[in-house]
Write a protein that binds this ligand. Structure first.
Ligand SMILES: [Zn+2]
Length: 79
């Protein structure tokens, strides 16, 4: 059986930046000496960055769709 670090569940929250300051400090102090967590961080970071880009693009697309909405609604109402 492979070694499972008890902090493995914390890696996702750390990479997403949702840990509180105390948890963040505690996890960083642990991760410095934990190859398992360092590997998890390295694996998750590109995915989180990609999700952040997708989120930004989705918000931008929604904003454009919403800004066109009144015109379309007015057109449909006048019919
Ligand atoms: Zn660890």
């Amino acid at each position: 059986m492979t070694y499972a670090c008890p902090y493995t569940v914390t890696v996702g929250a750390y990479v997403l930046g949702v840990l509180c300051a105390r948890e963040n400090t505690e996890f960083r102090q642990h991760a410095v000496g934990c190859p398992s967590c360092q590997r998890e961080i390295a694996e998750l970071t590109p995915t989180v960055r990609l999700l952040a880009i997708l989120k930004t693009e989705t918000h931008e697309a929604n904003r454009r769709a919403i800004s066109r909405e009144p015109e379309r609604t007015r057109g449909e109402l006048s019919r």
